[in-house]
Ligand binder design. Structure first.
Ligand SMILES: Cc1cc2nc3c(=O)[nH]c(=O)nc-3n(C[C@H](O)[C@H](O)[C@H](O)COP(=O)(O)O)c2cc1C
Length: 143
């Protein structure tokens, strides 16, 4: 059994919901998962002790939320090289946030990323439950 950390930034709760379902998928695969609001991560020490990291933000005005940007600068100091990673986010039409988070985890943190970001349209959130669980399972498959 491995440990995974899911961190989300949300305004109206959809991205939190996705993060919790991804965590469920990981738990179904037998792993221990901590889910945290980005606001509750205070230092890079809060990121130590996990084998997989899944970061998510909703997209607003073509961008990730400010809290996730600040968090990524903190995560840069946490030495996540070769750790397993994934990203996610609720979006309406363009969904830049999960893509940019994924690219940062891959190119800057040099993490071992799953196939791509998980992007769920707010209008399809109900139907996205299976996708989010499967994303958790995909991450678990690399653990
Ligand atoms: C003011 C505003 C701006 C938004 N800008 C974007 C955008 O640029 N691209 C996009 O894909 N979705 C955009 N959205 C849609 C949100 O990403 C979508 O509602 C999402 O589900 C919110 O997630 P949350 O509940 O985690 O905050 C915007 C929504 C609002 C209210």
């Amino acid at each position: 059994m491995a440990k995974a950390l899911v961190v989300y930034a949300t305004r109206t709760g959809s991205t939190q919901k996705i993060g919790e379902i991804v965590a469920e998928g990981l738990r179904f695969s037998g792993h221990e998962v901590q889910v945290a609001n980005v606001k509750d991560i205070k230092s890079e020490a809060d990121l130590s002790g996990y084998e997989a990291y899944v970061f998510g933000s909703a997209t607003y005005h073509g961008d990730m939320m400010q809290g996730m940007k600040t968090f990524l600068f903190l995560a840069e100091k946490a030495d996540l090289v070769n750790k397993i990673g994934g990203s996610f986010g609720a979006f309406g039409w363009s969904g830049e946030a999960p893509e940019r988070i994924y690219d940062t985890m891959k190119n800057i943190f040099q993490m071992d990323m799953v196939g791509g970001p998980l992007m769920l349209k707010s209008s399809q959130l109900g139907g996205g439950i299976n996708m989010a669980q499967d994303y958790g399972r995909e991450i678990a498959g690399k653990l």
